[in-house]
Ligand binder design. Sequence first.
Ligand code: SF4
Length: 313
Amino acid sequence: MWGLADYLAQDVFAVGESGRTMTRALFSGAKTMGKNSKIEWTHHTFNPWWGCIKVSPACKHCYAEMWARRVGMQLWGAGSDRRFFSDAHWLQPTRWNREAQQAGERRRVFCASMADVFENRRDLDAARARLWPIIEATPNLDWLLLTKRPQHIARLAPWRNEWPRNVWLGTTAETQRWANERIPRLLEQRAAIHFASCEPLLGSLDLTPWLGAPAAENTRLNWVIAGGESGSAKARPMNPEWVTDLRDQCEDARVPFHFKQWGHWGPTPQRAGRDTVTFVDRTGHVLSLAKLGKHATGRVFDGHTWDGFPRAA
Ligand code: SF4
């Protein structure tokens, strides 16, 4: 487990041109060989199944549901089946682990991009039971288990106080309400690394109660990801001030911060017009966002890319 002293002792922080400290990518593998996921902060994605149920505002424009529909599958909702996979699919992590070992580096696996691994349904138990030993048997991979259901982790995961060191346990915090509900439940688990994914960011967040020096080992967030919504023409815009606040909270607490993307809405010089929205920050500075699409809006914020990562345990 990394504490504050560990972060300070390592090459985690650099001073940005703006004068503020700037988190620097500790793990540059996202730009190296061995990556086959389009998600910025992971090398691989692994789905033990496809399908889910919407649980909070972050799910409103669930890209996974849209993607499944696009390929002709109805997998969302309590009454829908899930999609399960062949043995060949389940062999992928073993291969990735071998490749990471041969390359002499750790690689991250996001589990799951098309489901929530802690969805509480009995027909998912067999796939979950197949997943846990694979995680334990792939020590060169860091498994990012991101859930909107941290209240089910204790019941559905086989580890309680003895989590494998290669599990990074995360939860989504799109608004303060969901941060308040989910993060304390997440931190009950003794995982090596805890993280919050504030994407799609839908409101201002104060994460400081969970960013400071830990009261006990493993009881604080080690990483924060933020990003705007993408994948839908109905995507909701993200107030840049929400990102500034999160970035500053992380820097003050020496917690790596990762700005994943602006999303569908991004900064534009145009002040008004169709498909633009204007925000005025606390200093009176005006910033307009327009529906430009994820690829055009990019991931530069306040003049920098923010590629903070926690160091693998
Ligand atoms: S929890 Fe994730 S996969 Fe499930 S509906 Fe919500 S956004 Fe989609």
